[in-house]
Write a protein that binds this ligand. Sequence first.
Ligand SMILES: [Fe+2]
Ligand SMILES: [Zn+2]
Length: 376
Amino acid sequence: VGVSAASAVRVRVDAGGTVELDAGGAPARRLIPLWLRENCPCPECAHPGGGQRIVDVTELPDDVRPAAVSVEGGELAVEWGDGHRSRYPLADLLASDVGDDLPPAELWDAATVLPGPFAAAALAADTAQLRACLESVHRFGCALVHGAPARAGALEDVVALFGHVRETNYGRLFDVRAQADPANLAYTGRALGPHTDNPYRDPTPGLQLLHCISADAGGGETTLVDGFAVAELLERADPDGYRLLAGTEIGFRYHAPGVDLRSRFPVLRLDAGGVLAEVRWNTRSCRPFGFEPGLAEAYYRAYRGFGRLTADPLLVRRLALRPGDVIVMDNLRVLHGRTEISAPGDRHLQGCYADRDGLRSRLRTLRRAEHEGGHP
Ligand SMILES: [Fe+2]
Ligand SMILES: [Zn+2]
């Protein structure tokens, strides 16, 4: 009903109380009264510490309306019918609020030059190096670190740079070495095709770290494949197969004495906008499919197609890990495996799981500190 202009932002309020902010250029931002009242940043409505809401959205009146609206010194000032006054920084109202400021994922193949390797000592001493390493995990799904101590337990210090160990029934850290009576295929000497770990857990660990302690056996090179790149190739070659892997839940299970872990997920999990968010690829721990023959045939075609692409030499990177090397992987994106252990010897890796959210939180705080020229 009213129009007022100040600085570069024009404010208009319509008959229903919706406030329109027009900064020129971008489309005008339109905010309904309920949204404005719920998001009042005053200390009665939002906690001054972390900004968490105190106001209870369910208790606001249905017909909440602004009584007066104006722009004063870079802020939108609203006076409400009940006398409450709100002031919002215009920059906050105009910012697109829901997005993340982290860079998008970038696909890679065997030939792509990836950031790093990163020196373990530099990660601990230099926040710019740590930021670059964590950003590599975020953008590419992996980072290689050199020069960690080649002793059992040293992985704890690497995880502590950005997050916390996710303890499981395999322990805080698990050992991967050839064993006489292995409880898991990873503990034998045979080749392991590219896979993600532990899809039978819900939630599935979002990060895996592998730390090389000794590498005296022959063979046993580590393989890495970008599962997002595999999915994109499948989508191009067989769009129906891609949709089937994305739209069909299958069962996963790990069963051992004292343990019976089960979950259901699609191989490719898309977000609500249809963008690929998570890959689970572990043919060893899928439960038998329960499909009728028509669907079973179509599913196997897509599933085997994806599996063949994971072995494509154009996609698979091979790394001969040296003692002190650590790979940090996004376990919901990057597949790992190893070539056959061809000559006996002491090959000892230690691994652990962690979560994506802690790494991204640390990355955001490091990026903000760099941007502001301060220290985290
Ligand atoms: Fe694994
Ligand atoms: Zn308030």
